[in-house]
Structures are given as C-alpha cells and as structure tokens.
Design a protein around this ligand. Structure first.
Ligand SMILES: [Zn+2]
Length: 177
C-alpha cells in the first residue's frame, strides 16, 4: 500500500463525516465487502511470474504436481524449492515431482487464533509429514479426519488445491490405514 493510500484509509474512519441531517451516511461495520488482504496478513504467497521466481512451483501445483528443485551440480534436494542451491550457490537446478503420499511425523491442532480468513476452519490439524521415499519433512494442513482421530504414523496423501482466489496451495489428507 502506498503512503497516499494509507493516508486515504486512515482518513476513512467515518468520524469526520458531515452531518447529513439525520440520514445515515454509510452502513456501519458488520457487513464488509470482500477485500484484498494486506500483504503481510496474506497467508498464501503471490504466485505469478511477476511476483516470484518460483512461479513454476505453482504452475506445477496447479497441474496436481507437488514438486521441488534439485541441484544438477551436487544433487542437493531442496525444500522449499530454491532459485539457487544453498550448498554450491549455483543456479543450475531442475524441477522434480515429489512423492504423493507420506506419514505423519508430528501434528497439532489449531484451536484458536487462526490466520486471517481461516477463523471458521477452527479446529483444524497441522503437521509435519515425512514423504514416502524422499528425505523431506513438509509442514501443512491435514484434512479428512478430526484432529483428535489422527495419530503419529498415519498415512496421508498430498493434495494440491485451489485456495479460491485463483491461487493454489497444497495440504495433506488423512488416508484410511
Ligand atoms: Zn548445488
């Protein structure tokens, strides 16, 4: 947000509205139109090429493929995906699809204080997932079962999904044993 936009918003508190002779000027709080979340409070990353050098990650996710980068020089497998290898600092990376299943290494429940836009999802489970056949442990939401019915070691599937505003993300879904 630019400084002038901030100033505009700051002045839009309604407290300085002119007296219109008893006619309500504007509907007070309660029913706010959908608004774009402030950048710092937006849980999901910007995903287009104009916003990130990792746009390919989201393109592949949109195709149903959770993927990451691997260094062609030293074979270092990254998570999250990178634009440069943290080991050799080179940029000769390749994209690699990750396994589509794993097991719960640890989990917890969000019972309150959810991120903006997720208040109505409470309670929900989040956890660390060890992917099958890959030395990576990923964090994410776990859907498909109440958190109180989850257990360490339970199998989950990787589930790319649409956030609802044109963006995509990934989560995990508990599988029957
Ligand atoms: Zn490298």
């Amino acid at each position: 947000m630019s400084a002038s936009e901030k100033a505009h918003r700051a002045s839009g508190t309604g407290t300085e509205a002119p007296d219109t002779g008893g006619e309500p000027a504007a509907k007070p709080t309660g029913e706010r139109p959908p608004e774009k979340r402030p950048f710092l409070l937006d849980f999901f990353p910007l995903q287009g090429e104009e916003a990130t050098r990792l746009a390919r990650f989201y393109e592949r996710l949109r195709e149903g493929r959770l993927s990451t980068t691997r260094c062609r020089v030293d074979g270092d497998l990254h998570w999250p995906p990178r634009v440069a290898c943290p080991r050799c600092h080179g940029e000769d990376l390749e994209w690699l699809d990750l396994p589509e299943s794993g097991r719960i290494y640890a989990f917890s429940a969000v019972l309150g204080a959810a991120p903006l836009g997720m208040e109505s999802d409470v309670p929900y489970a989040v956890g660390l997932i060890d992917l099958d056949g890959a030395p990576l442990r990923l964090f994410g939401r776990i859907e498909g079962r109440p958190w109180s019915a989850l257990a360490i070691g339970d199998r989950v599937a990787v589930e790319p999904y649409e956030v609802g505003d044109g963006r995509v993300f990934y989560r995990f879904r508990a599988l029957d044993a």
